[in-house]
Structures are given as C-alpha cells and as structure tokens.
Design a protein around this ligand. Sequence first.
Ligand code: R5P
Length: 262
Amino acid sequence: MDWGLKNRLSRIIKPTTGRTVMLAVDHGYFLGPTSGLEVPSKTIRPLLRFADSLMLTRGVLRTSVPPDFDIPIVLRVSGGTSILSKDLSNEGITTSIKEAVRLNACAVALSIFVGSEHEKETLLALSELVNQAEEYGIAVLAVTAVGREMERDAKYLSLCCRIAAELGAHFVKTYYCEEFEKVVETCPVPVVIAGGKKIPEKEALQLAYNAVQKGAAGVDMGRNIFQSEDPVAMIQAVRAVVHKNASVEEAYEIFKKKKKEK
Ligand code: R5P
C-alpha cells in the first residue's frame, strides 16, 4: 500500500483507536428522498463535526456539503438501480476516478452482490475499481449488499467480505450477525458494519457495541443516526461506543443527556 493510500485510509480509520464512525448518507442513490434525508444539507450539516467521514454520492456532496469543511469523503461510485428495479444487483460504476480525485475523496465505495444474478459483474467492477483507485492512492470500500432472499449469517457474510478483500478492497462494510467474530477473523482488511433499518436507539447502540467488541473497525451508520429522534445526540453516543469503549448503558445515558441539553 503506498503512502497516499495509507494516509487517506488513516483519515477515515483513526490511528488512535483503530476505529471509525462513518456517517452513511448515500441512501438516495437508489431510494430517492428517503425518510430523514429529504433535504440532505439539513440532515448532514449538524452531524458533520461528529463524523469521522461522510459516505455519499457526488450529487449530494456537491450540493449539500460545504467544501471548506474538513471531513474525509467516502464517495459512492456504484449505482444504476432504483427501489423500483426488479433486480437491485444490476449496478454499475457511476463515477470516474478522476471525479473522485477532483472531489478530494479519501475512498470510493461500491456494492458487491455475492450470490445474486449480477454477482460476476459487481465483483469484476470491484476489481476494476481497485485497479483504477490504486493508481491515485485512493482507498476502496466494498459494500457487501444483501439481496432480499439472502441469509445474513456469518457463513454468507464471511464469504462476501473475504471475496472483497481478495479482490483488493482496502476495507469492507457488512452487516452484524451472530458469530460476527468469524467474519472479522477471516477478513484480512478492516470490517465496518452498516446500521441497517431504524431500531430503537438503545438497540442500535447495542449493535455497535457488539460489533466493535467482536473486532469491527467501527460503523458506517446511516438510518439509526439520521432517523433517530435526536441525530446529534445519537451520533455522539455511537462515538462513545466506538472510540471510548463505552458500555451500552453509558452510551445510552450520553444519548439522553445530549438530547435533554437541547
Ligand atoms: C445503502 O443504502 C448504503 O450503502 C448505506 O450507506 C448503508 O446501508 C448504511 O446505512 P444504514 O446504517 O442506514 O444501513
């Protein structure tokens, strides 16, 4: 790994803790104006100073994030489907590496759909993205997308994460599952977890806690932050779990305290 790539990755995964709180706000790329992200700038701005990086598309980056705010960008570069598509796995690369460089991205992110109809295309797209991104020292995040019919168990998620790493991804985003430690152990690059659909705040903190205790390098969390009854309080509670090893009770107290302060 060259110096530039290591430097970009260390802006996302903080060397002091080996962990990261990535804020995922890329959902609109196939969901449109999803709940909590109807007006991206309104959602994103108050959260920016608490996030270690921002995962989003170029369209939302250009329109909704101040360019003078110093935050590492993880640019989603795959897409081409919508929630109305018959097959969500039919994605391609939407954004060039030159554009990622222009936008000063630290990493680019692409979904792979292992076991789906378009498995091969998405895996080859990941490989090609790694070839291109490494020329510029940009890191690649593989997102292990799960089809509606896929089991999110350790066996399947280990398969997805390991394939992503073998093809050259520098870090991988997946889901938390029972025996998550097996997913982490068998993946030679850092693994972060997605939050998934909105659940009560304490349960989402438990999810983050379990993940980091079992070896995750942090979270790439979206809905459980921006759909929270208090997103700013929630991201601070998540940070305590990820960077300070706070217990679920401690983090939930932080959430309640920050919420009350308003
Ligand atoms: C899929 O829409 C995106 O990659 C999201 O960034 C990802 O699912 C993480 O967001 P959430 O925590 O809402 O699952």
